[in-house]
Design a protein. Structure first.
Lengths: 480, 335
């Protein structure tokens, strides 16, 4: 007979008049991997919060370990034995691995820290799990994958019975993900349950025992492993297949090239992109593309190699020169990183325009024209005095229209679909198509395939910092 | 109502407490302004600290439970909960606690009377139909069919007889899951004569020992009405093959039964409203139009909630074009 770890019963959660969770009902068994696919992000954060902590609810009951921990009459604000793992590590970067695992832990009862003893204990544990990580290293020295592994081990040792995994594939590469999933499976054998949140059903199908779909704060479907199929999901998801929108490449104009590029982790990379073309560089083990990001953020420099635009070298290679040459970079989660929320919509939209016009003061007439032009596209959002009232869709529009207005020659996009729900992903695909239509070369840097293939003309596969394969559009279709 | 009776008792208590609080505050402020020695300051400091303590204490000890009890009463009034109202975390006072227990008793007896009334109706129905007469007739048809060599008619009559016997005769409140499942299978056989190949049904046990689970107790006629619903509101209107699945999962505390169909499904807003209705026990549904559908769900849900409590019942997952899953939850009671 199966034991239930978590049971959520008819729970409604309303905050300041907005219903975030609407009469939801689901349960997780011990040792089960429950998938959660949010069709949109409404209520997702509130659900995670509610599972972790017994915050007040408008209606319903919550049982943890068959014990009523939270109900409509009284919420005692206690924490459940739940640990959440996402991109932002909760480990202390300036402490060693052993201290993070053993000492920063509710279960640690000793008054004196015996480092040697702890190291032996931890090494043995890692050996047992088949993991090779130096336990006396500082957490800051570890890779993101290693940090995630350590976090999971720490969670289990500190007594967590349910681990929430938030969109692992947005920060782990394919190889790392498959290693991590082995560890997850090992722990399910010990009765630990997982809530595996993923944006793509293909990913969830591979590992989960059951999957539930969350839409508008309601669980609208629970699917058993036996019933996993494309067919059963069809009525619930929207398809992004708009390959006919891909336009013919403009062959006459210039070309953007990376030639014999070498950095700490990139080994002799060469590739080229034509205007209006979109390529995806898929980094299987997450080792190379971080270096490209560092060059754009100004923290890294290439050891050797050139970047060429229209057969001319860009020299020296740094962030400012790249921008001067109309090469821009959109980081991961751009709405958080590239927008100024206290500034107006128009100020954000025209942020790069002084580079384009080479003037520091922009003529009011130009601004007025831009405002009227974009009013036709985004409506009255263009009059917004600050960005706080806008929704995610409008903010993504702004990020991409800003780039479009600057009209660069090349755009690098880091993981464009990370943390975006299904509807938003459809929107982002449309925005990237618009850039392509303007004749801008688009280079997507990614650690997982997800929706990138929908917009890409070519796929370059990178492993250990080397480019291995080059698929064109037709090959992609066949692979699909 | 408020106008007629003036202020409620608890409003009055709060007003009086407020006035006392303000008076203490005035005295306190006066003491501060006229404080002379260091001793007085010390006293004022301790006084202020303890006053804050008392405020915090009364918030946690009085105000919060008062608000919570109010919420429970309001939820009861709105029909979300039914039996939950009788065990407040902090009762108002001993007498009201006793009164609530009395109400509970009265409602339970009322339920009993209601139950026996229904029982009587069943009996009356039984007499009217005269089951022996019915069974004998059906047996007659069956033997006639056997003699004529028409096995299909013989089988159909036998299934119908068994179905009627189960539905009409046995009026025990709880039966075994096995009996319920057999009844569903009989019903499926009868419908199969009508739908033929268009209808498919399978039962799926999740867990190690299905034989053990079959002994679990369940209210009579819980599954068949929902199964009937799945056929007539889900599969019948659909083009192509209708597949019905019954999944049984037992945990150490609960029995979860999911009846799924791959039929036409229900649109989003209606599912939302239906689940909202299914959340509490109420008799509202009886007034509604019987042909509207979903009545069977509400009836079974009500019976489950009245027998086992608010935390059990039915929940529906559905989407237009994607079929419907009806999840029934009851406590696991073994023989």
């Amino acid at each position: 007979m199966r034991e239930e770890l978590l049971r959520i019963e008819n729970v409604t959660r309303r905050i300041e008049g907005i219903t975030y969770l609407d009469n939801i009902n689901f349960h997780i068994f011990k040792g089960e991997i429950m998938g959660l696919i949010p069709l949109n992000n409404h209520g997702k954060r509130q659900l995670i919060e509610l599972i972790s902590q017994n915050v007040s609810i408008s209606f319903g009951r919550i049982y943890f370990n068959e014990e009523l921990v939270n109900y409509y009459e009284h919420s005692n604000m206690t924490n459940n034995r739940v640990y959440t793992i996402d991109t932002d590590t909760k480990l202390v970067e300036d402490l060693k691995v052993i201290d993070n695992i053993n000492v920063l832990n509710h279960a640690f009862r000793e008054h004196i820290i015996k480092e040697k003893k702890l190291k032996v204990k931890t090494d043995e544990l890692l050996k047992q799990l088949g993991i090779k990580i130096e336990t006396s290293a500082y957490v800051s020295e570890l890779s993101l994958f290693e940090k995630t592994v350590i976090e999971l081990i720490k969670a289990v040792i500190s007594g967590a019975q349910l681990v929430i995994l938030k969109e692992l594939s947005s920060f782990l590469s394919i190889e790392e993900l498959s290693d991590f999933q082995k560890l997850i499976q090992y722990y399910t054998g010990q009765g630990i349950a997982f809530l595996y949140m993923a944006n793509h059903h293909e990913e969830a199908y591979r590992i989960c025992d059951r999957i539930c779909l969350l839409e508008n704060g309601r669980i609208i479907k629970v699917i058993d492993k036996k019933d996993f199929s494309e067919e059963i999901l069809k009525p619930y998801i929207i398809s992004f297949d708009n390959s006919k929108a891909l336009n013919e490449l403009n062959k006459s104009a210039g070309i953007f090239e990376f030639r014999n590029f070498v950095t700490e982790n990139l080994k002799d990379i060469s590739f080229s992109v034509k205007p209006g073309e979109c390529i995806t560089i898929l980094d299987i083990n997450n080792k190379g593309i971080q270096d490209i990001v560092e060059i754009f953020s100004g923290t890294g420099q290439p050891i050797r190699g050139d970047i060429l635009l229209d057969h001319k070298r860009i020299d020296p290679i740094n962030a400012n020169h790249l921008l001067m040459n109309k090469i821009v970079f959109i980081p991961e989660n751009p709405v958080r990183k590239t927008l100024f929320y206290e500034m107006s919509y128009l100020e954000n939209l025209t942020f790069l325009i002084d580079y384009k016009l080479n003037k520091s003061i922009i003529d009011k007439k130009i601004l007025k024209n831009i405002r009227e032009e974009y009013r036709l596209i985004v409506g009255n959002d263009v009059d917004a005095r600050d960005l706080t009232g806008l929704d995610a869709k409008a903010l993504y529009d702004l990020v991409y229209y800003k780039i479009q207005l600057f009209s660069p020659k090349v755009v690098f996009i880091m993981q464009p679909f990370s943390d975006a729900d299904m509807y938003l992903r459809g929107r982002i695909i449309g925005l990237i198509q618009k850039l392509k239509k303007k004749g801008i070369a688009v280079i997507i840097l990614a650690v997982n395939i997800s929706d990138n293939l929908t917009v890409s003309d070519r796929l370059l596969v990178m492993e250990d910092g080397k480019l291995l394969k080059n698929y064109d559009k037709k090959a992609i279709e066949i692979e699909k | 109502m408020k106008n007629k009776r003036g202020l409620y008792l608890f409003d009055r208590i709060f007003i009086v407490l407020m006035i006392i609080g303000i008076m203490l505050l005035i005295a306190f402020l006066h003491l501060i302004s006229s404080a002379l020695s260091r001793g007085t300051y010390l006293f004022l400091f301790i006084y202020a600290a303890s006053l804050a303590g008392v405020c915090y204490f009364s918030y946690k000890w009085i105000y919060r439970p008062y608000k919570e009890s109010n919420k429970v009463l309001r939820l009861f009034h709105e029909g979300y909960i039914f039996k939950g109202v009788f065990d407040l975390r902090v009762p108002f006072n001993h007498e009201s606690y006793l009164a609530f227990q009395k109400f509970k008793e009265i409602i339970d007896t009322k339920e009993l009377i209601e139950g026996s009334k229904k029982h009587a109706e069943y009996l009356a129905l039984q007499n009217q139909i005269n089951p022996h007469f019915l069974y004998n007739t059906l047996e007659g048809i069956r033997s006639e069919a056997l003699i004529e060599g028409v096995d299909s008619i013989a089988n159909m009559t036998e299934t119908l007889a068994t179905f009627f016997r189960y539905t009409i005769s046995n009026v025990d409140k709880l039966v075994s899951l096995e009996d319920e499942l057999t009844n569903v299978e009989n019903y499926y056989k009868i419908q199969k004569f009508r739908f033929g190949e268009k209808l498919d049904f399978n039962i799926d046990f999740q867990g190690d020992n299905p034989i053990e689970i079959l002994k679990a107790r369940i209210p009579k006629l819980t599954l068949q009405p929902i199964f009937e619903n799945a056929i007539f509101h889900g599969v019948e209107r659909k083009m192509g093959k209708g597949i019905l699945t019954l999944k049984v999962t037992a945990t150490s505390k609960r029995l979860i039964i999911i009846i799924s169909d791959n039929g036409v499904g229900i649109e989003e807003e209606r599912v939302r409203k239906l689940n909202k209705k299914l959340r509490g026990a109420s008799l509202e549904y009886m007034k509604e139009d019987k042909n509207k559908g979903g009545i069977a769900l509400l009836n079974v849900n009500n019976r489950i909630k009245l027998i086992f409590g608010d935390e059990y019942g039915i929940y529906v997952y559905s989407k237009a074009g994607a079929g419907t899953d009806v999840e029934i939850t009851i406590p696991l009671i073994m023989e």
